[in-house]
Structure formats: structure tokens, C-alpha cells
Design a protein around this ligand. Structure first.
Ligand code: NDP
Length: 286
């Protein structure tokens, strides 16, 4: 392997240390950041994710509030729970764990969250601020990608960045984040209808893969020395976690590369804490 590895675990650990320090300083002023996770039903994966978020909160001195609702809860009761958390001064950040059962409206649930507590960054107010170039809360995964690039000194101003994926959760907010004034990348967003994907990725200084297609970025699609960020996570037939990048081959061409697991994933977890810290700090400052 010739590329330098971007160690997401190490960067995330450093971010958590910094966040823990800031949480301790806030606590001296009587404010303990609190994150509430609304969990509907018994989906085992969702329970694991919420459990991890609660553990992450505890590790940096934040409190977490579990809001568990039965799978057959109606929309009005879900809204009432979100309203209760919106009004609770101990709660600075609220997430609604997705997916919700089919009879519930996920977008309406996201829109119900107070924008000041929207630590997942999915409320239209947060997305609008990002579109304006003055982000409040940015979804944790794109924020984590940006921090990884910055911490590794990757020059973004004027750089060609190609993002494969245009979801509301990852591709689109990342494009907004990196193309805004002050960051100044030239961003191309690709998707399933893009003609000749390799044509785009080959001219990129930075390629971000967020398509959820195992090992689709091959070595011939990468310019020598480019930075490759792999957001994708899928499981192969043996149950092993794989990314969207054909890692072994691409690592012979790229200059910097993230592994899966251990790249973007840990950063996503750390950036939810960062957003919760920002929400609590803003609340403390009134
Ligand atoms: P979505 O399924 O919402 O979006 C996938 C995007 O990739 C779409 O825009 C789609 O295009 C595009 N796409 C799919 N196939 C191709 C293809 N063959 N060529 C070009 N573009 C393609 O996924 P998410 O954005 O939510 O997640 C993407 C991946 O990142 C998943 O593997 C997910 O598990 C992972 N993920 C990882 C996180 C982490 O912390 N590491 C956090 C969040 C997600 P179109 O719009 O045309 O359909």
C-alpha cells in the first residue's frame, strides 16, 4: 500500500477529547449537554445505534435521555413526545432514530424538532442555513468528512472534489459544505444516472464515495495521489463490512485513503457529540 491511511478512529478520539474538555467547562457554568434519542419500536439495529450514542454521550460527560415509544405509536403521540423534548431545558439535542415504522411520517417527525435542537441537521432550517453558506447544524457524516480532510491538511480551496451520491443525509450536504465560500472546493455531485463515472472521479483531487455500492471505485478510476474518502458501508456475503472503494487496489494509487471500518464511521459518531455541544453552548449563551 502506498497511500497514507486516514485513521478515523484516531481523529475521532482526538475530537472526543476536545469535546469532553469543552463539556467540562460548560458544566462549570451549570450546563450539562443533553441528547435525547427518540426510538420507536423494536428494530434491533436501531437499538444498537441508540445504545452507541448513549455510550458516546457518557464518555464525554453528556447526559442522554432515552425516549422509547411502542411500534404502534400514532403520529400525534410521536409529535407530543418531540414537543415535550423541545420544551425540556435539560435537552439540547434531539434525534429521531430512523427508520420509523411505515405508518409514521419521517419527514414530518424531523420537521417537528426545534431547529435549535436539530443535531442531526435534517430540519429544513438547518438545511437552508447550509444552503446559504452559514451552517448551523450539519449532518454528522458530511461534517465528519470535512473534519477528516482538514485534520489531514488536504487543501480544499480550488480543489476538484467529486462526490458519488446525492442523498439528503450525505452527498448533498457535503457538496454544500465543501463548495461554500471560505472552503472553496469545486464540487461535482454524481449519482446513478451520471454518464461515465470514471471520467469524473479520475480528474478529482478528492473523491468521496457515498453510494452504498460495495467496492465500486476501482484503481483505474482514481488519479495518482488523490485523496479518497469512503463513506459507504455494506456487508458482503461473509458478513464482513465493506466500503464503496476497492481498498487494496485503490490504496496503491491514492495519496490518502480512509479504511472501512475505522474511517468515516467513528467521525459520524463524534460529530453528533460536536453538534450537541454546539447546541448546548448556544443555549448557555442565551
Ligand atoms: P442513499 O441510498 O440515500 O444514496 C445513495 C446515493 O448513491 C444516491 O444518490 C444514488 O443515486 C447514488 N448511487 C447509487 N448507486 C450508484 C451508482 N452505481 N453510481 C453512481 N451513484 C450511485 O444512501 P446514503 O447517502 O444514506 O448512504 C450512502 C452509503 O453511506 C451507504 O452505504 C450507507 O450505509 C453509508 N453511510 C455511512 C455512514 C457512516 O457513518 N460511515 C453514515 C451514513 C451513511 P440516485 O440518487 O440516482 O439514486
Amino acid at each position: 500500500m502506498t497511500a497514507e491511511l486516514i485513521d478515523g478512529k484516531a481523529v475521532a478520539a482526538a475530537e472526543r477529547d476536545r469535546i469532553a474538555g469543552e463539556v467540562a467547562r460548560l458544566a462549570e457554568r451549570g450546563v450539562v449537554p443533553g441528547l435525547a434519542a427518540v426510538l420507536v419500536g423494536d428494530d434491533p439495529a436501531s437499538h444498537v445505534y441508540v445504545g452507541m450514542k448513549e455510550k458516546d454521550c457518557a464518555a464525554v460527560g453528556m447526559t442522554s435521555v432515552g425516549a422509547r415509544l411502542p411500534a404502534d405509536v400514532d403520529q400525534a403521540t410521536l409529535f407530543a413526545e418531540i414537543d415535550r423534548l423541545n420544551a425540556d431545558p435539560q435537552v439540547h439535542g434531539i434525534i429521531v432514530q430512523m427508520p420509523l415504522p411505515d405508518h409514521l411520517d419521517e419527514i414530518a417527525a424531523q420537521d417537528r424538532i426545534d431547529p435549535a435542537k436539530d443535531v442531526d441537521g435534517l430540519h429544513p432550517a438547518s438545511q437552508g442555513q447550509l444552503m446559504r453558506g452559514v451552517p448551523t447544524f450539519v449532518p454528522a457524516t458530511p461534517l465528519g468528512c470535512q473534519v477528516l480532510l482538514e485534520r489531514h491538511g488536504v487543501e480544499l480551496s480550488g480543489a476538484e472534489v467529486v462526490i458519488v451520491g446525492r442523498s439528503t443525509l450525505v452527498g448533498r450536504p457535503l457538496a454544500m459544505l465543501l463548495s461554500r465560500k471560505g472552503v472553496d472546493a469545486t464540487v461535482t455531485m454524481c449519482h446513478s444516472r451520471t454518464r461515465d463515472l470514471g471520467d469524473h472521479t479520475r480528474r478529482a483531487d478528492v473523491v468521496v464515495m457515498a453510494a452504498g455500492q460495495p467496492r465500486m471505485l476501482t484503481a483505474d478510476m482514481v488519479r495518482p495521489g488523490a485523496t479518497v474518502i469512503d463513506v459507504g458501508i455494506t456487508r458482503d456475503d461473509d458478513g464482513k463490512l465493506v466500503g464503496d472503494v476497492d481498498f487494496d487496489a485503490v490504496a496503491e494509487v491514492a495519496g490518502l485513503i480512509t479504511p472501512v471500518p475505522g474511517g468515516v464511521g467513528p467521525m459520524t459518531r463524534a460529530m453528533l457529540l460536536e453538534n450537541t455541544l454546539r447546541a448546548a453552548t448556544a443555549a448557555a449563551e442565551g
